[in-house]
Ligand binder design. Structure first.
Ligand code: GLC
Length: 612
């Protein structure tokens, strides 16, 4: 029974009827970081056969599409985000035939597979770059970005601009042989491709995209998608860090003058003809409004993007002080979530939902509470409840479904393998400022990319948590794997894993509300509770509502006025759809306003949901 009739409201997000929506809107995507998922060869490094052996686990969880982080041939300067051959597979992962088998095995389970497309840059070892650097007259010289040196007033050679790269240090490296600098936004091992060059773009479309689409993959997660068009004046960025020779300059390469033209072309020439799904990595967006042109259906650019405002909370910005932890309040966090939930309303654009990936610390360690096993479990479930009730396409990261946590805080810098962590730490050491070293280490313990890259914890009773039978693993296995592992949680109805499974089923069953619903923030200034309403309009013009109430603290909190928030007239019209605790759906009348336990989350609805 619906207790409220609809008033005139904006149409459903993304417009159109749900029945006609593309498959990827309500789908659950799952990111696999292959080096750390499952090793079948006892080398201590995950591989594609290992991933295939766990596809049933993913199907059982409720995954619809696997996103595989890069497995291409690579010197691994940045864990495969430095590709030296797009058509070959890095041997420890397997072969092209293994990828074909993975595609077939996913499809056999009604799952899709997307690959990571890394085409802002290649590795220095890629044949294109080798040719480009071979001489100034090489036919591929212009496939990368080469510039002459400048000289300062003392006649010393300095780079063409003062830009700082993402991994610390300048964005330019001097090439002795041809006496010019090449541009790299990331490590010197990752030279940027020149998207201004038509032949280069055609080669990208053909050799990196069509090659894999022709083999049957379903689309791509597109790395650094808004960095392909640089500002071609190549001028200095304003000096904002006077201590350093290099200055943050994302405005010089993010959302550049030709970016929409390039992405539209990529869509028209490759993505659309193959009906391939696309999700782009979009950083440095000033406002949600600027995101719309990338994901508006009528713009025909990308299906989806990842926008990072929420996941970057706590960092000290993208550049120099990135790992100097900056505390923030729950209300700021909620404000960010609201912004990226509501910006698509009334448009034909679409959004994504995620709180983990391979470039960030674990969500339960950052946003939840890992101080006791009880709070860990409660907060991991509440984070799951939060994610599955948000509008947009949901992306999970491997291990999130079992509540994997950050590396132990007593581990030293030697356990951090990531190029970014190591460079930031080294920069702090080189500064000679001991406080900065301590602060950087503190930030790394919370935010480093390494936390999400340690081996998956499959089984508490097995060597290396069941990740590998090898004697060594490429990253250290978490000491707490006996407590947190998939085997222990499988079949345990109180576990984080089983909660995720149920929650994902509910998300799909009530996708009008959870995947597509309108979002209204409630109790916005509250620093302990996270409360919002999701609404949808049914075909008969009725108004279905879900009220999400979460205690985002370790203390008991009062519940909100559920009846009023849901707009119900009688208390018996309120239903508890589900919760993170053992409270059942029979909780009616006054009971539904029982105090919230620490990190408890609940979803109430204004209609009879039937058996769930
Ligand atoms: C993206 C990837 C990150 C990588 C960078 C350079 O941000 O997610 O892991 O280091 O691109 O390719």
């Amino acid at each position: 029974m619906e207790c409220l009739r609809s008033k005139a409201r904006t149409p459903l997000n993304g417009t159109g009827l749900i029945g006609k929506e593309p498959w990827w809107k309500a789908a659950v995507f799952y990111q696999v970081y292959p080096a750390s998922f499952k090793d079948s060869s006892a080398e201590g490094w995950g591989d594609i056969p290992g991933l295939i052996s766990e596809l049933d686990y993913l199907a059982d969880l409720g995954v619809d599409c696997v996103w595989l982080s890069p497995v291409f041939e690579s010197p691994q300067a940045d864990m495969g985000y430095d590709v030296s051959d797009y058509q070959a597979i890095y041997a420890p992962y397997g072969t092209v035939v293994d990828v074909d088998r993975l595609t077939a095995e996913c499809h056999a389970r009604d799952m899709k597979l997307i690959l990571d497309l890394v085409v802002n840059h290649t590795s220095v070892e890629h044949a294109w770059f080798k040719e480009s650097r071979s001489s100034k007259t090489s036919p591929k010289r212009d496939w990368y970005i080469w510039r002459p040196a400048r000289y300062d007033s003392h006649g010393r050679r300095i780079p063409p601009t003062n830009w700082r790269g993402y991994f610390a240090g300048p964005t330019w490296t001097w090439d002795e042989d041809t006496q010019e600098y090449y541009l790299h936004l990331y490590a010197p091992d990752q030279p940027d491709l020149n998207w201004e060059n038509d032949e280069c773009r055609e080669a990208i479309y053909n050799d990196t995209m069509r090659f894999w689409l022709d083999r049957g993959v379903d689309g791509f997660r597109i790395d650094t998608v808004n960095k392909y068009s640089k500002r071609t004046e190549y001028v200095d960025a304003p000096v904002t860090d006077p201590q350093s020779d290099s200055q943050p300059a994302p405005e010089m390469w993010c959302n550049g003058p030709r970016i929409h033209e390039f992405i539209r072309e990529m869509n028209q020439k490759v993505l659309a003809p193959y009906n391939a799904v696309s999700v782009g990595e979009l950083s440095n967006m000033a406002s949600p409004h600027d995101v719309i042109p990338y994901v508006s259906a009528s713009a025909k650019e990308l299906d989806m993007v990842f926008e990072f405002s929420m996941i970057r909370l706590g960092t000290g910005g993208g550049f120099g002080p990135k790992y100097i932890y900056r505390p923030y309040t729950l209300s700021t966090f909620k404000e960010t979530v609201k912004k990226f939930q509501t910006f698509i309303e009334g448009t034909d654009a679409w959004t994504t939902v995620f709180c983990e990936n391979h470039d960030n610390g674990r969500a339960v360690s950052r946003f939840g509470d890992t101080s006791t096993p009880e709070l860990w479990r409660a907060s991991a479930k509440t984070l799951a409840l939060w994610q599955i009730t948000l509008t947009g396409t949901l992306f999970l990261y491997q291990g999130q479904e079992i509540g994997m946590v950050n590396m132990p805080s007593e581990w030293g810098i030697e356990e951090y393998k990531d190029v970014e962590s190591r460079n930031f730490y080294q920069e702090a050491v080189d500064s000679g400022d001991e406080q900065r070293v301590r602060d950087t280490m503190h930030g790394l313990r919370i935010l480093a990319r390494d936390h999400s890259r340690i081996p998956f914890q499959w089984d508490g009773g097995k060597k290396n948590a069941g990740f590998s039978e090898g004697d060594r693993t490429w990253m250290r296995v978490h000491d707490g794997f006996g407590e947190i592992n998939a085997m222990k949680q499988r079949g345990d109805q109180g576990s984080v894993l089983e909660f995720w499974k149920r929650a994902l089923r509910l998300r799909k069953r009530f996708k009008d509300l959870f995947v597509h619903g309108r979002f209204t923030a409630l109790e916005e200034g509250d620093e302990k509770r996270f409360v919002y309403l999701k609404e949808s309009t049914t075909e008969s013009g009725g108004n279905r509502r879900a009220l999400v109430v979460m205690n985002w603290s370790k203390e008991v909190q009062k519940c909100v006025d559920v009846k009023k928030s849901l707009g119900c007239e009688g208390a018996d019209e309120v239903r508890l759809l589900f919760s993170t605790t053992d409270r059942g759906p029979k909780m009616v009348g006054g009971e539904h306003e029982a105090a919230l336990r620490p990190w408890e989350g609940r979803v109430y609805v204004n209609f009879e949901a039937g058996d769930i």
